[in-house]
Ligand binder design. Sequence first.
Ligand SMILES: Cc1ncc(COP(=O)(O)O)c(C=O)c1O
Length: 414
Amino acid sequence: MTFPIDAIRAAFPALARTDGGVPRRYLDNPAGTQVPRRVADATARCLIETNANLGGFFVTSIAAEAVTDAGRAAMADLLGARSPREIIVGPSMTSLTFRLARALTREMEPGDEIVVTQMDHDANVAPWLTMAQERGLTIRSVPFDAESWRVEPAALDAVLSDRTRLVAFTYASNLTGSINDVAALVARAKHAGALTYVDAVQFAPHGFIDVAALGCDFLACSSYKFFGPHLGIVFGRAELLQELAAYKVRPSSDEIPVRFELGTPQIELFAGLEASVDHLAWIGELAGETGARRSRIRRGFEVASGYEAELAQHLIDGLRAIKGIRIIGISDPSHVNRRVPTVSFVHDRVDPDTIADALGRENIFVWSGHNYALEVVRQLGIDEATGVVRIGAAHYTTHDDIDAAIDATRRAVA
Ligand SMILES: Cc1ncc(COP(=O)(O)O)c(C=O)c1O
């Protein structure tokens, strides 16, 4: 099947925008994606038609409650959760992770251990470091492998002990793009009797997630990275959420998941959240799948990930052909399925900000710096102050966008 790129692009109004007649090349996707019209429409509709706080006896309040239920149900479909009660929604993955880290460490004893990795974004490191400091816990850090670019299960084994209470690790790196063998890492952690907290923020826009098959206890993502509104979402196993004490105000509900959602929820963004999941399912429909929403999502990711892998390899090959460029991550085409299309590089002479600025002036949007993957640049010995250039495709990216980025990079370092 030919990937329906024209139909997909037509769904995103932002892709047609130009600045002074110059098209926008959105290659800043690892930092945030554009939204399809249905996400913007659903959000606006909620604000205009059903804008009320929850829990009332009147029509807008009842409708607003239905909007939050539908957003949660959509997320349960996206992640493979057994119930919408396992879906916690909040302002960002970072804020939810700090919140849950506090709850999860509440019963831990001084000397208990938490494992973090050097492959993670700081949002899945700093919350654990902070709680470790407060509660006298010990942090163990696992490096990623210099050849496979992922955390090898054997490396995790080396830091697990009978004091390990929790292992926090990433599904895919937001700097190198490499994907961990999450099921294998979860199995090792479980064997040691530890809980697992998986950061799927970078993986969720690119691949099908099945929390049941992975066996993880918690999995976090952010909908603004998968074509939705600015929200963070955490799946948590119902039995665990049930046991965990929440830091909350007294009058609010003790039910899960809402006891972990502080204050009034971002109701209109729940409407956009459902629409973003429906967008992913729609790609599956374009590919001929007519089954339940989760089956359509699965099919959508099957076709989109094949298309994105081609874009990623094209980008890597083009960049590698430029003298002085070093790709920070997997570049072997036979391993392209072990990475998401987030490609970082350095040049031996020109610094990342200079390159990103040159591309920005051609309306090609990319990021430079460490992108909060502090531990990654530290492990690789890359200067934290300068970092890397990061170019990231999404399923609406074209070959032309990639060619434009490669050509502009060549000019920037000439
Ligand atoms: C891998 C990863 N984890 C966590 C985050 C933080 O997400 P949020 O902005 O929702 O807090 C990001 C954001 O870039 C990320 O790339």
